[in-house]
Write a protein that binds this ligand. Structure first.
Ligand code: TMP
Length: 213
């Protein structure tokens, strides 16, 4: 069983998680931890290639979900598990909750099929549960209307970022459902407030676990 820590960051596009991922990495390093920063889809050369396809090319929802999980499988085996095995702290910009939120909630894809894929892809027999999941998921919750306002004109939007607000309402509901199913794993961060208040909550959630002084 790994001695490392696995923290994922989730939220709709525009929720503002990026700066806080960098900030948390710095704080954890200052506390003496070795931090691996990574992202999904992506994190390995093959998974980054899959990312480029899935973020840009139109495709069937099942194809999209399968590519997300294919990228995840490579990432888990090549990056996440080895890092956790070394005792490192893995900060991952999105993980499987994003698939339930975007492909499940946003696209309306069958959650039962996603659960089956999750069970296959994240199987780690050495774990008591047999399934790799983040130790903590920081969910940056922001009203879809506000996220759209923040994203407007920021950069050329990808396939997901250019979806209408209604899509992101369904994505947000998908995150809410995942949190309701596993409240102990999630910390909900109200991302609609000033940056320093959001950071205080991010830090507080990690301190509450005893992982930061
Ligand atoms: P990012 O822009 O935060 O790096 O995320 C990439 C996009 O991919 C974002 O719009 C969310 C989407 N996504 C999914 O639709 N399903 C997934 O499983 C993951 C990991 C990301």
């Amino acid at each position: 069983m790994s001695a490392g820590l696995f923290i994922s960051f989730e939220g709709i596009d525009g929720a503002g998680k990026s700066t806080h991922i960098a900030g948390l990495a710095e704080a954890l390093r200052a506390a003496g931890r070795t931090v691996v920063l990574t992202r999904e889809p992506g994190g390995t050369p093959l998974s980054e290639q899959l990312r480029a396809l899935v973020l840009n090319d139109p495709m069937d929802p099942l194809t999209e979900a399968l590519l997300m999980f294919a990228a995840r499988r490579e990432h888990l085996l090549q990056v996440i598990e080895p890092a956790l095995g070394r005792g490192d702290t893995v900060l991952c910009d999105r993980f499987t909750d994003a698939t339930f939120a975007y492909q499940g909630g946003g696209r309306g894809f069958d959650a039962e099929v996603l659960r089956t894929l999750e069970t296959w892809v994240q199987a780690v027999p050495a774990l008591p549960t047999g399934l790799r999941q983040p130790d903590l998921t920081l969910w940056f919750d922001l009203a879809p209307q506000e996220a759209a306002r923040r994203l407007a004109g920021a950069r050329a939007p990808d396939k997901f970022e250019s979806q209408p607000v209604e899509f992101f309402r369904r994505v947000a509901a998908g995150y809410q459902a995942r949190r309701d199913a596993e409240p102990g794993r999630f910390a909900r961060i109200d991302a609609g407030r000033p940056r320093e208040d959001v950071w205080a909550d991010v830090r507080g959630a990690v301190q509450a676990k005893g992982w930061l002084p």
